[in-house]
Ligand binder design. Structure first.
Ligand code: NZQ
Ligand code: ZN
Length: 391
C-alpha cells in the first residue's frame, strides 16, 4: 500500500430486511426537530413513507417536510432546503431516497450555518471550501442503490444556469450520514431503468478507482471481488428484481464501492464521472446512464496507457483466458466482455439516447473537468473525440 492515508468512516450502517426496526432508537439520539427530505413521491406509493413517519412519531419527533428533491438536485432546490432548515432550527436532516436526496441533505447540512452573506454554491461547489461552520447531522433511509452517498461525504449539485454539475467530496467526517438504514426490499419497486443505472454507477465507481497506479495494492483485490459479485448479482436481479440475495448484494457492493475503502493507496482521476456529469449538466439525464454512455469509448481510448492493468481486469474480473493471447488481445476481450454485460442488463450505450446532439459536443467539453491521477490526462481535443465516439 503506497502513500500515507487516514481511513475514518463514521457512518453506522443498519442493514437487512428488518433494518427499519432499529430506526426509532436511532432517531432518539438526535434533537427534537427533523427535516424529512424526500423526492418526487415514490416513497408515498411503496409504503416507505408510512414506515418512516411511524418511526419518527415513536421517537417523539417534530417533522418538517421537505419534499420534491429532484434527481440531480439543483442549486435552487438546495437554497429552498437551507431556508427550511434555518426557519425551523432543525436538529437532523433525514433523507429518505437515493443519492439525490442524501447528497441534497448533506448540501443543506453544511450550508445552514454559513453566514448569510456567503453563497453555498460558490463556497462549496465552485471554491471547494471545507465547512468551518457547525454541520447539522444527516441520517438516511436508502431506497435507490448506486451512488454510495449513504456512507460517504459526496454531494453532487447541478447548476443549470452555469451548466455545471459538480460533486464536492467533503473530507470532514461530520458530513457523512451519521447512520443509514439499508433495507434491500425497499429497492424492489425501482423501475428497471433506475436499477440498471445504479448497477452501472457501482461498476464505474469501482473502475474509476481501479484504473490507476502500477503497484500491488490491496484496494485492487477488493475492487475485483466487488466487481465479480456485482456482475453475478446484477444478472440475477435483472432476471428477477425481487431476488433478495441479488438485491442485497448489489446494495452492499454499492456502499463499499464508494465509501473510500477501495480508494486507499490509489490516485484516481474520476474522468468517466467528469464526462458523465458534463453530459448530465446539459441533458439532466440519469447519472448512471451518462456514465454507461461514455465509459467504453473512454476506456478504449486510454487503455494503451494502462495496458497491463486492463489485461488484469480482463482475466481477474471477466474471466478471459489469457492463453495464447497478446496483452492487446486480452484487453480487447475484457472490454468486449464488459460491453456484452452492459448490453445484457440494459445500459444506455450512447449519449445520443440521452438527448445529446452533435451541436452540444463543444459545450459539453467545456463543462468537462479534466483530472490527473489516472493512466492518461485527456486533452480538450481528446475529450471531444471521446464524446463524439458514442453519440
Ligand atoms: O424522487 P422519487 O419519487 O423518490 O423517485 C426516484 C428518482 O426518480 C426514484 N426512486 C428512488 N427510490 C425508489 C424510486 N422509485 C421507486 N422505488 C424506489 N425505491 O429513482 C429516481 C432516481 O433517484 P436518485 O436519487 O436521483 O438516484 P441516484 O441514487 O442514482 O442519485 C443520483 C444523484 O447522485 C449523484 C448523481 O450525480 C445524481 O445527482 N451522485 C452522488 C455521489 C456521491 N454522493 O458520492 C456519487 C455518484 O457518482 C453520483 O454522482
Ligand atoms: Zn457515480
Amino acid at each position: 500500500m503506497l502513500g500515507n492515508f487516514t481511513y475514518h468512516n463514521p457512518t453506522k450502517l443498519i442493514f437487512g430486511d428488518k433494518a427499519m426496526d432499529a430506526l426509532t432508537e436511532e432517531l432518539k439520539a438526535y434533537g427534537p426537530v427533523v427535516q424529512l427530505v424526500y423526492g418526487g413521491g415514490s416513497i408515498k406509493k411503496n409504503g416507505i413513507y408510512e414506515q418512516v413517519i411511524a418511526a419518527l412519531e415513536a421517537a417523539g419527533k417534530t417533522v418538517v417536510e421537505d419534499a420534491g428533491v429532484m434527481p440531480n438536485p439543483t442549486v435552487e432546490k438546495l437554497n429552498e432546503g437551507i431556508a427550511i432548515a434555518r426557519e425551523n432550527d432543525v436538529d437532523l436532516i433525514f433523507a429518505v431516497g437515493g443519492g439525490s436526496c442524501i447528497d441534497y441533505a448533506k448540501g443543506v447540512a453544511v450550508s445552514v450555518n454559513l453566514p448569510a452573506d456567503r453563497d453555498p454554491w460558490q463556497t462549496y461547489w465552485v471554491d471547494f471550501e471545507e465547512p468551518t461552520c457547525p454541520i447539522v447531522p444527516v441520517g438516511a433511509v436508502l431506497t435507490m442503490v448506486g451512488t454510495g452517498s449513504e456512507m460517504n461525504g459526496g454531494s453532487v449539485i447541478t447548476n443549470h444556469e452555469t451548466k455545471m454539475k459538480v460533486g464536492h467530496v467533503f473530507a470532514n467526517p461530520e458530513v457523512f450520514p451519521r447512520f443509514a438504514v439499508l433495507n434491500p426490499t425497499f429497492t424492489y419497486t425501482l423501475p428497471k431503468y433506475q436499477m440498471v443505472a445504479g448497477i452501472f454507477d457501482i461498476m464505474n465507481h469501482i473502475t474509476e478507482q481501479y484504473f490507476s497506479g502500477e503497484d500491488d495494492n490491496t484496494s485492487d483485490y477488493l475492487a475485483e471481488g466487488l466487481m465479480r459479485n456485482l456482475i453475478v448479482a446484477s444478472r440475477a436481479a435483472v432476471k428477477n428484481p425481487e431476488d433478495y440475495e441479488a438485491r442485497s448484494n448489489i446494495m452492499w457492493c454499492a456502499t463499499w464501492a464508494l465509501n473510500t475503502l477501495v480508494a486507499m493507496g490509489k490516485s484516481t482521476d474520476w474522468e468517466v464521472h467528469m464526462l458523465g456529469q458534463a453530459i448530465g449538466a446539459h441533458t439532466d439525464a440519469t447519472h448512471g446512464m451518462t456514465l454507461s454512455a461514455v465509459a467504453l469509448p473512454y476506456y478504449r481510448f486510454i487503455m494503451p496507457y494502462g495496458l497491463s492493468k486492463f489485461a488484469r481486469f480482463a482475466t481477474a474480473v471477466w474471466g478471459v483466458d489469457p492463453a495464447g493471447k497478446t496483452e492487446e488481445e486480452l484487453v480487447a476481450e475484457g472490454l468486449d466482455a464488459m460491453e456484452a454485460w452492459m448490453r445484457e442488463i440494459g445500459c444506455v450505450m450512447s449519449a445520443g439516447e440521452l438527448g445529446m446532439t452533435e451541436d452540444m459536443v463543444e459545450d459539453v467539453a467545456d463543462s468537462t473537468l479534466i483530472m490527473q491521477g489516472g493512466y492518461h490526462v485527456l486533452t480538450r481535443d481528446e475529450v471531444v473525440q471521446v464524446l463524439r465516439e458514442n453519440l
